[in-house]
Design a protein around this ligand. Structure first.
Ligand SMILES: Nc1ncnc2c1ncn2[C@@H]1O[C@H](COP(=O)(O)OP(=O)(O)OP(=O)(O)O)[C@@H](O)[C@H]1O
Ligand SMILES: [Mg+2]
Length: 423
């Protein structure tokens, strides 16, 4: 194949999209061409021969420019992206790669290089078609925020707000998130986005991630930076997943400093995430209320305040409610979860709820040994002891979550249950 030669007939394309694919590998260009057969005309450009003069000749302003983000090309493509943007400021660039093997490094490298979007060779035709069509109408600036293709819905947003460090918020978030996941269909569809996502913003950072035994290299700050590009491909490939439940996790990363609570991108990020997941569960344990992103407080469907029976937690609850009032979030969305409950000591859960005029959503028993024992095996408690009182006490909380998991009978629409009942 000649570099820059059109490698497929044009007959099927109405009106047709021309794409210029920069790659060092002609075979990869042929594969891309075959993959986009119904969708676009692919012109291969050997990236090793790139020069500014050649670029001036090649580019007529109408083609989409695609960069090869296979693992052996990512570094060179990032350098090429830098040159292209210097030569043609505002040029929308697209990464191309595969996420079939669960490897998100190409997507991440491309996003960090500032591409507008990423074409996943393993996505379905509809998804790629949507992306290309949308790309054709892309604004000239790579920093502009295009709408993502085919949003699904607005998922439920539930905040778990520990009123002080150590009340058990991350433990609760990890268990609830995993239990909210519906059983995976076998085989799982390749293009399935996660039904539930745990946003791990608690302090110290990364506890929920730790309890779930996941470690990702795409973090909250990356997601904020790329908020406008959040789509099914990104969620499917960049987020880390809990092994047993497949719960997706987006965490701050242990070293990261939390972006300012009024960061403008937070609202957009939350909106995008909710378009693609049924449930966005957010661990805010240990985070002072004034540092909770305002957009999260505004957008939340429910805000669950996690306390224990200690006098210190009750004092913190009082302060937390005042801060929520100042943020305009002291309203009917609030509910109380009393953790580490022991009948014989401390204030009674009903007493606390009544004192602060909050609905008591759940009382979770004090279960230090079983929780520690399962954690030491790298398991969540329900994996080791599904009938443990702590797990059973989660039932009223699980029933409030909407993901179509078995405990979700209250919230799931009847038609969905019918479909789930089919073989
Ligand atoms: N119901 C419970 N019974 C006994 N121990 C619990 C319970 N819930 C949590 N714990 C334990 O309390 C400790 C702190 O829990 P966790 O990390 O979930 O709290 P947190 O509110 O997220 O704390 P931090 O503010 O430090 O992030 C852990 O050792 C955990 O196992
Ligand atoms: Mg925590």
């Amino acid at each position: 194949m000649q570099a820059t030669a059109s490698i497929l007939p044009l007959s099927k394309l109405e009106p047709g999209v021309d794409v210029l694919f920069y790659s060092p590998d002609e075979k990869r260009a042929q594969r891309l061409s075959a993959r986009l057969r119904e969708l676009a005309r692919v012109h291969w450009e050997d990236s090793r021969r790139f020069s500014p003069e050649r670029w001036e000749q090649q580019h007529d302003g109408r083609q989409l420019v695609l960069l090869d983000y296979a693992s052996d090309s990512a570094v060179a493509s990032t350098e090429l992206a830098r040159q292209l943007v210097a030569l043609s400021p505002g040029l929308p660039l697209f990464g191309v790669g595969s996420t079939a093997a669960g490897d998100a490094s190409g997507v991440l490298a491309a996003l960090r290089a500032g591409v507008l979007d990423f074409i996943d060779m393993d996505a379905g035709d509809e998804e790629i078609r949507g992306l290309l069509e949308h790309a054709l109408h892309a604004p000239a600036s790579p920093r502009a925020q295009p709408p993502s293709p085919a949003p699904r819905r607005q998922g439920q947003l539930v905040l778990l707000l520990g009123v002080r460090p150590g009340v058990g918020c991350s433990t609760l978030a990890a268990h609830l998130g995993a239990l909210a996941m519906p059983p995976a269909p076998k085989p799982a569809p390749a293009d399935a986005t996660p039904p539930a996502l745990l946003l791990d913003l608690g302090q110290p950072a990364g506890d929920a991630e730790l309890y779930l035994g996941v470690a990702g290299d795409f973090h909250y700050a990356d997601a904020l930076r790329n908020a406008g590009r959040i789509d099914a491909t990104l969620l499917r490939s960049a987020l880390s997943r809990h092994g047993a439940s497949r719960l997706a996790v987006l965490s701050q990363g242990a070293q990261a400093t939390l972006p300012p609570p009024d960061a403008i991108e937070t609202g957009l990020l939350i909106e995008r995430l909710r378009e693609h997941v049924d449930l966005l569960l957010c661990d805010l344990g240990g985070l002072p209320t004034r540092l909770v992103p305002a957009a999260l407080l505004r957008a939340a469907d429910e805000i669950w305040l996690v306390v224990d029976q200690g006098i210190a937690a009750v004092v913190s609850l009082d302060a937390c409610l005042r801060e929520l009032g100042q943020a305009g979030a002291h309203d009917r969305r609030l509910g109380l979860v009393v953790n580490r409950h022991d009948d014989d000591c401390g204030l009674g859960p009903e007493q606390i709820a009544k004192r602060f005029d909050l609905p008591l959503l759940a009382t979770l028993p004090d279960r230090p040994r079983p929780l520690r024992a399962s954690a030491n095996q790298g398991l969540l408690l329900h994996q080791a002891a599904p009938r443990d009182p702590y797990i059973r006490a989660l039932a009223p909380l699980r029933a409030r979550l909407r993901t179509g998991a078995p405990g979700d009978a209250v919230a799931m629409p009847a038609w969905k249950r019918l479909f789930r009942a089919r073989p």
